[in-house]
Design a protein around this ligand. Structure first.
Ligand code: SF4
Ligand SMILES: [Zn+2]
Ligand SMILES: [Zn+2]
Length: 306
């Protein structure tokens, strides 16, 4: 069997579409999907606000954000947008420092400015130390997620960007949709990135890779020989999301296209809902909060806030 578009040897066989693609046509197929997503997401944001002039990419040094950085850089330079990369040092021994090295080297090669902030800037300590001082009831990912969202939002605001690009792939997005459905959390589904509306104090997120399966992101990074950090966080094994990852892989295997179906469902649901309510401000720190009362950061880390 040869590539769908030429006679070359395929590098991938997509079960969900039945296509075989060679290196060249695989790369251009992914680029097309990413460009289309960016166009759509940016158009929605620009309809509800001013034109984008400066964007940031959240860069961990892993495959997803590295691929996002490369693809977004091409798009941003074609649109003459300014671009900056934002990394967050969580303070996880033996993991983050090597990923940050990759992030730095990737930015140096592309000539993109890299700004690094840390959990230490927010709470005076890194994640490892925080887990000892205040052990979480569940996995470390829940407090880590709250700190990362805050660190990135602060960094994006400081960098003066109009939007923040995250490297979430199709699997990540479909897992989040499924998790929110199982909790019946429609408000959170509505607030999920990509953000179609701007909220005061919150830099809107763009997700250019939301239609690219994780395996394809990985394959693209390998084929393009883009340097990335290929290791797992030591806390990843206990993440609650793992169960949803397993379930989705089984569903996708039995019924190819399930991940796209979940995304489509979320998009349709959001279209049929009214615009999200403006986020309320936390009475303690003044930052946007998900609901009434204190934000999650103040509830969990108020005692340590720097
Ligand atoms: S796996 Fe969990 S603890 Fe580790 S960096 Fe990701 S969210 Fe944080
Ligand atoms: Zn081909
Ligand atoms: Zn707060």
């Amino acid at each position: 069997m040869s590539c769908r578009a030429c006679t070359s040897e395929p590098v991938i066989s997509r079960r969900y579409s039945g296509e075989q693609l060679c290196h060249r046509h695989f790369v251009s197929a992914v680029e097309k999907v990413v460009q289309r997503e960016l166009r759509k997401q940016v158009a929605a944001l620009e309809t509800n606000g001013s034109r984008l002039q400066r964007v940031a990419v959240a860069l961990s040094g892993g495959k997803d954000s590295t691929v996002a950085l490369h693809l977004v850089q091409e798009w941003a330079s074609a649109r003459r947008l300014e671009m900056v990369a934002l990394a967050v040092d969580e303070g996880i021994a033996g993991y983050r420092s090597s990923a940050l090295k990759c992030a730095r080297s990737c930015c140096d090669k592309l000539g993109v400015e890299l700004r690094v902030s840390s959990y230490h800037d927010l709470i005076g300590m890194g994640l490892d130390e925080m887990l000892k001082v205040q052990p979480p009831a569940g996995s470390a990912c829940s407090p880590c997620g709250i700190l990362r969202r805050r660190a990135l939002n602060f960094a994006a605001r400081d960098a003066g960007v109009d939007a923040l690009v995250l490297g979430h792939n199709l699997d990540d997005c479909a897992q989040t949709v499924l998790m929110n459905h199982t909790r019946g959390d429609v408000a959170r589904l509505q607030r999920m990135a990509p953000h179609l509306h701007r909220q005061p104090g919150m830099v809107p997120r763009l997700l250019p890779l939301r239609r690219i399966p994780e395996q394809e992101v990985y394959l693209l990074a390998l084929l393009q020989e883009w340097e990335f950090h290929d290791g797992d966080c030591p806390h990843a094994a206990k993440a609650q999301r793992n169960l949803f990852r397993e379930l989705l892989l089984q569903l996708e295997h039995a019924q190819p296209g399930t991940r796209y179906g979940l995304l489509r469902g979320m998009d349709r649901l959001r279209e049929s809902l009214t615009s999200p309510q403006p986020l309320l401000n936390c009475p303690t720190c003044g930052e946007p909060a998900g609901g009434e009362g204190e934000c999650q950061f103040c509830r969990q880390f108020g005692a340590f806030a720097v």
